[in-house]
Design a protein around this ligand. Structure first.
Ligand code: 5AD
Ligand code: SF4
Length: 492
């Protein structure tokens, strides 16, 4: 398939400013795709998300752009003409997972004429990984980083027209491109970026290197996006940032995070708002106050501990101590007793002794987290901790196994906290393991499974929690709430 396209001329005619430039390239790709369709090109695409909610949000943006370019989404990579991966690199095993997936696509690439396999995300901000892909995976034809996700249409156009591999990774950027298309996975819930990047430089963490310095979005743009989501049927919005509590610190005179959260919570029609992630070092009293006065802010705080040892925390550059963390937990429990607290813990940070580990155990036992995500320390090239003396692998493994048990025991106390209560649930999906059952979430993020028809997906329902299963409940629908029924009866 050869089309006579003067690539240079098309590029010269493109508007310089964003997002107009990207809309211009979306139109150019669409024209090309329409021509190719005449010759049997299916124009199917898929985006595979690896990693955190930031990565998932990038995935929605990529899908939105691809659809605007004339592609239709498929769930089956055997049927896809464009497959994009948004990658994660926070721990080594995330990288291994990507190479496994890309390796398995080689056969598919050889069979499908003109297929484009592309990779973006955090892992592509690492030079060695990009070089490895350049050499070892010649069938990966499109590589871009976290700072130019917005540029997909332009880069895809270049790949399609020139037939050459396109690699473009930027070190950092100050640019935030607003108003691009996005295809949300769920109609009834959505995520909104409030800031990008991180300035904290915890010594184990690669995020500041791959996502760049912290850049806050303008509060008006955030509120506008939230309003659009609500108008589009969203009942729940998640505000996303590596450290939401430092939102606005990079913009003189900016709205603070508690102010922003309050403004979002007060938007008419929004049933729930949540946020991720909150660094304990700067969780303020104002934030707690805003949560107290706005019941539609979810009763859940994810407060990564990382380690319970003050000495290790210092070497991690976390800016809090065992004592100040526990004091914060106590304050949250006192002021917001219904809040579910969850955490992240790293085991085996360089130099961690058995005594340090015991400090972590103590914090876990005292804080009684509702859930704790435990990770084995993973050495990330380029971070300060990579050059510290590492803990022997068998010690780490042993501590990790012990911690897992302690975490499970210590959270048991919370498991029956709400048993017997009737609570509001946002119904999210069918239960894949149990025919006729639905799955939803309480305001504190805990899962509830209950029998019900799938028409209820995407609505809020009152559910009686009848059985506790540890990290989740079984329940029964109490009445059924369509908005109309709710108003008529005035009760549930
Ligand atoms: N090794 C292990 N876990 C890590 N995390 C971040 N970097 C590393 C690393 N190098 C964990 C932290 C963070 C979560 C998202 O991932 O606990 O909170
Ligand atoms: Fe990484 Fe620390 Fe930033 Fe979280 S706050 S992304 S752990 S550097």
């Amino acid at each position: 398939m050869d089309y006579i396209i003067d690539f240079k001329e098309i590029v010269e005619q493109a508007p310089a400013e964003e997002p107009a430039r990207q809309y211009y390239f979306m139109d150019r790709v669409r024209e090309l795709v329409e021509m190719k369709k005449q010759e049997g090109y299916a124009a199917h695409c898929m985006v595979e998300v690896m990693g955190c909610q930031m990565s998932a949000k990038d995935g929605e943006k990529l899908l939105g752009i691809l659809e605007r370019c004339g592609y239709t989404v498929t769930e089956d990579d055997r049927d896809a003409d464009v497959v994009l991966f948004t990658t994660c690199t926070v721990r080594e095993n995330a990288n291994m997972k990507l190479y496994g997936r890309v390796g398995r696509l080689k056969h598919q690439y050889e069979r499908r004429d003109g297929m484009i396999i592309g990779i973006t995300g955090c892992m592509m901000q690492e030079k060695d990984e990009v070089e490895g892909i350049r050499k070892r995976y010649p069938y990966v034809r499109l590589v871009f980083g976290t700072h130019n996700v917005y540029k997909l249409a332009e880069l895809l156009y270049q790949t399609l027209v020139t037939g050459k591999r396109t690699f473009e990774v930027l070190e950092d950027t100050k640019l935030i491109v607003e108003e691009l298309p996005s295809d949300r996975r769920y109609r009834f819930k959505g995520a909104v970026n409030i800031s990008y990047g991180c300035n904290n430089f915890c010594t184990y963490c690669i995020v500041p290197y791959v996502r760049g310095r912290e850049k806050s979005r303008n509060a008006t743009a955030i509120l506008r996006e939230c309003e659009q989501l609500i108008a589009d049927g969203c009942l729940e919005i998640t505000l996303l940032g590596q450290n939401v509590n430092s939102y606005g610190n990079d913009i003189p005179g900016s709205t603070s995070f508690p102010e922003l959260l309050a403004a979002v919570a007060e938007l008419p029609g929004l049933r729930r708002v949540r946020y991720m992630t909150s660094n304990p070092k700067d969780l303020s009293d104002e934030l707690i106050e805003v949560m107290k006065t706005h019941p539609n802010i979810e009763r859940h705080i994810h407060l990564p501990l990382q380690s319970g040892s003050s000495a290790i925390l210092k070497r991690m550059n976390r800016h809090y101590t065992k004592e100040s963390y526990l004091a914060l937990v106590e304050k949250i429990r006192r002021e917001l007793p219904e809040v579910a607290l969850t955490t992240d813990i790293i085991v085996g940070f360089p130099g961690e002794t058995e005594a340090d580990f015991q400090d972590t155990v103590e914090v876990v036992q005292q804080a009684q987290f509702d859930a704790a995500y435990t990770f084995i320390y993973s050495k990330r090239t380029g971070t300060p901790a990579a050059s510290y003396e590492q803990v022997p692998e068998e010690d780490v493994k042993d501590r990790f196994d012990r911690l897992l048990k302690i975490v499970q025991e210590s959270s048991a106390a919370n498991e029956t906290r709400d048993l017997g209560k009737t609570m509001e649930v946002l119904v999210e999906d069918e239960n894949k393991n149990q025919e006729g059952y639905l799955t939803g979430r309480l305001s504190n993020s805990v899962l509830v499974h209950f029998p019900g028809p799938k028409e209820l997906i995407g609505t809020m329902q009152m559910v009686k929690l009848t059985e506790s299963k540890g990290f989740y409940y079984f329940g029964e629908l109490v009445g059924r709430q369509s908005e109309a029924q709710y108003c008529e009866t005035g009760s549930i």
